[in-house]
Design a protein around this ligand. Structure first.
Ligand SMILES: NC(=O)c1ccc[n+]([C@@H]2O[C@H](COP(=O)([O-])OP(=O)(O)OC[C@H]3O[C@@H](n4cnc5c(N)ncnc54)[C@H](OP(=O)(O)O)[C@@H]3O)[C@@H](O)[C@H]2O)c1
Length: 292
């Protein structure tokens, strides 16, 4: 299940929505905030800016030094909250130590929270209320839907319980809603033998940040496998001596799974496309269910 074609389709659809909004006098704008020089953050923000450009969304880069005081970042976010020209605010994680990611997420206006990390949006998601849905879980569900993977009555196993990926995904998959209605197991670092759970999964979603740790022998034959993990490993044969791999060992998993996402080129492009979709939603103040 390649992510790029669907990501391109989501961006094209979003571009149409953005153009209609612009014709009505609203120019969707996203504030992209980076603190420090984390190389991966630079790459991610560059991709996000490029995707915005493709979708016709104005993106504004705000880069701060690594020693930016905690209070200054919070005050900057409050300024963006008050700025009527800005519809979405994204603060790239990880942040330097002096910042508390949860405090940062809570400071962003929930209606400009295009990452969907604010506790109010997390609560809306759990309650099945309209709100901004975190980009990676939304991308995964759109990918499954696009490939006709009906979750009804399926055993879904989510590896990871982070607030960014695992937990919202598990919640969405188990939603009482046509096409979802899965029975979900959420596995974490204290679950013990992970394979005991993965072998039960009709749909297996890996989001642990553990390179190639899910091998073919851990997968139920015919299962659908979605690999969210993005890990940089040493590889002397690759240019630069490093390469990206997922949490799933693609080579051993591929013959066992009925469908599987690659890394890179799977979930990653969908995350970025869903960020643009969320920015349109924030600008349009249209929080209706993108999965409906
Ligand atoms: N493709 C994309 O667009 C995208 C977007 C976001 C993240 N990612 C990638 O997805 C991965 C997960 O991201 P994240 O932000 O959710 O990471 P995270 O916050 O570090 O969470 C990792 C989760 O995996 C669990 N875990 C770790 N080791 C485990 C093990 N050996 N067995 C079972 N569970 C284990 C942790 O359990 P505890 O809760 O017990 O610690 C935690 O819940 C990373 O590789 C990240 O780079 C990709």
């Amino acid at each position: 299940m390649e992510g790029k074609p669907l990501a391109a389709a989501i961006l094209a659809d979003t571009a149409g929505r953005v153009a209609r909004l612009q014709a009505q006098g609203t120019d969707p704008t996203l504030a992209l905030v980076r603190v420090g020089d984390d190389p991966a953050s630079k790459v991610y923000l560059k991709r996000k800016g490029e995707a915005c450009h493709t979708a016709g969304i104005r993106s504004e880069d705000h880069v701060f030094p690594p020693d930016l005081p905690r209070g200054d970042l919070l005050e900057f976010i409050r300024e963006q909250n008050r700025n009527p020209r800005v519809h979405g605010i994204l603060v790239q994680f990880p942040l330097p130590r002096q910042h508390d990611p949860m405090e940062v997420s809570e400071t962003i206006d929930p209606d400009k929270d295009v990452d969907g990390f604010h506790p109010l949006n997390a609560g809306r998601l759990v309650s099945g209320l309209p709100g901004l849905i975190p980009c990676t879980p939304l991308g995964v569900l759109l990918l499954l839907k696009h490939h006709g993977v009906d979750m009804e009555g399926k055993a879904a196993v989510v590896l990871g319980r982070s607030l960014i990926v695992g937990r919202p995904l598990a919640n969405l998959l188990s939603r009482k809603s046509p096409g979802l209605n899965a029975t979900v197991t959420m596995v974490h670092s204290q679950s013990g033998d992970v394979a005991r759970f993965t072998r039960q999964a009709d749909v297996l979603i890996a989001a642990m940040g553990r390179p190639r740790s899910v091998t073919g022998d851990m997968i139920k034959p015919g299962a659908v496998v979605v690999d969210v993990g993005i890990n940089r490993i040493d590889d002397p044969a690759s240019p630069g001596g490093r390469r990206l791999v997922g949490d799933v060992d693609f080579e051993s998993a591929r013959p066992v799974a009925s469908r599987i996402t690659p890394v890179p080129g799977g979930v990653g492009p969908l995350t970025v496309a869903c960020l643009c979709r969320n920015t349109w939603a924030a600008a349009a103040r249209d929080f209706s269910d993108p999965l409906a």
